[in-house]
Ligand binder design. Structure first.
Ligand code: FE2
Length: 327
């Protein structure tokens, strides 16, 4: 028998993070890092290069980074009480090189919140790039090589995930690959008004499973939207939910399938879409702001290929107490 879902789960989220692209002015989310802060970072980068330091050892407190700390406070204010994301120009990747920018990005991110290890491998800084065989035809190759990445929050799989996601463009693709940012709060509130039945379903659990290596027997079962007091947390990746249904051979219920499809369609339709230049970075509130990327055409030569560096900063979430279905 089909499960009945309540007509409406919760009130609207509202506030400055519930935006459509037309609501935002560039100055709400675009920031320029002061040159004096870049100079501070440059001195730290030189020292870390000389020491051949390894992540996660470098700490902001080991350097004179007062102006960077002030700038990180400005970024955090936009993340907390502004639109929930910032796009920052720019670090001199051409001067510092890929190794140098790695240190600078790590230190700046650490000033926003404590970096978290990523995936079961525990990467402190994850290199998003495809260096494999150009003609490879597996799913991960396609995804990294050129595919559009739909709106998602990072680590939607787990109950506890990063509070903020940061992506720095160390090198860009030959063409395309724009950054796309959307508001889960806006999409939530639109469903609240137009399809409260679908919104209610998003407060009920789904099975999640990714395409990347994970414990194959771990069951990831939780809602897309959760509330803890006044804090709202969205965990969304349509391909992970499709992966959960496939992994456990439990096809999505009709309401669940429609809710996921419509939620993603709203996020895609109301995405802010903009190019990123090498040395620019974005930091997002991973609880309410999704990110994605338009399709790109990469360079054939591996040393030229698109290269993003991802940081996960801080933590958010708690265990979901609903028991999973018998599997
Ligand atoms: Fe992501």
């Amino acid at each position: 028998m089909a499960q009945a879902y309540p007509k409406i789960a919760y009130s609207k989220i509202g506030g400055p993070k519930a935006w459509a692209p037309g609501d935002l002015r560039p100055e709400d989310w675009r920031l320029g890092i002061p040159q004096a802060a870049v100079a501070e970072l440059g001195r730290a980068v030189a020292a870390l290069k000389a020491a051949d330091a390894k992540l996660p050892a470098p700490k902001p407190a080991d350097f004179d980074l007062g102006l960077c700390a002030d700038f990180a406070a400005t970024m955090k204010q936009r993340l907390e009480t502004g639109p929930g994301f910032v796009v920052v120009s720019r670090l001199p990747v051409e001067d510092w090189g890929v190794d140098g920018i790695r240190y600078a990005w790590w230190l700046l991110g650490s000033l926003v919140d404590r970096p978290q290890p990523q995936y079961i491998e525990g990467f402190w800084l994850y290199d998003v790039r495809w260096l494999g065989d150009w003609d490879a035809d597996d799913e991960q190759a396609r995804r990294l090589r050129d595919a559009e990445i739909k709106a998602h929050t990072d680590e939607s799989l787990k109950d506890v995930g990063p509070r903020y996601t940061g992506l720095l463009w160390a090198a860009k693709a030959r063409a395309g690959g724009n950054s796309r940012v959307s508001s889960c709060a806006f999409a939530h509130d639109l469903l609240h008004d137009e399809r409260p039945d679908l919104l209610a379903r998003l407060y009920e659990p789904f099975l999640f499973h990714p395409f990347r290596p994970v414990d194959p027997n771990a069951v990831h079962w939780h809602p897309v939207f959760r509330r803890d007091g006044s804090h709202v947390r969205c965990q969304f990746a349509r391909d992970y939910i499709a992966g959960g249904a496939k992994r456990w051979d439990r096809p999505l219920d009709p309401a669940g399938a429609e809710a996921i499809e419509q939620f993603e369609a709203i996020l895609e339709r109301f995405a802010l879409d903009f190019p990123m230049e090498p040395g620019e970075f974005e930091i997002l509130d991973n609880d309410l702001i999704t990110h994605g990327r338009s399709q790109h055409v990469d360079w054939a030569a591996t040393k030229q290929r698109r290269h993003l560096m991802r940081l996960w900063l801080g933590t958010s979430g708690s265990p979901y107490d609903g028991p999973p279905p018998p599997l």
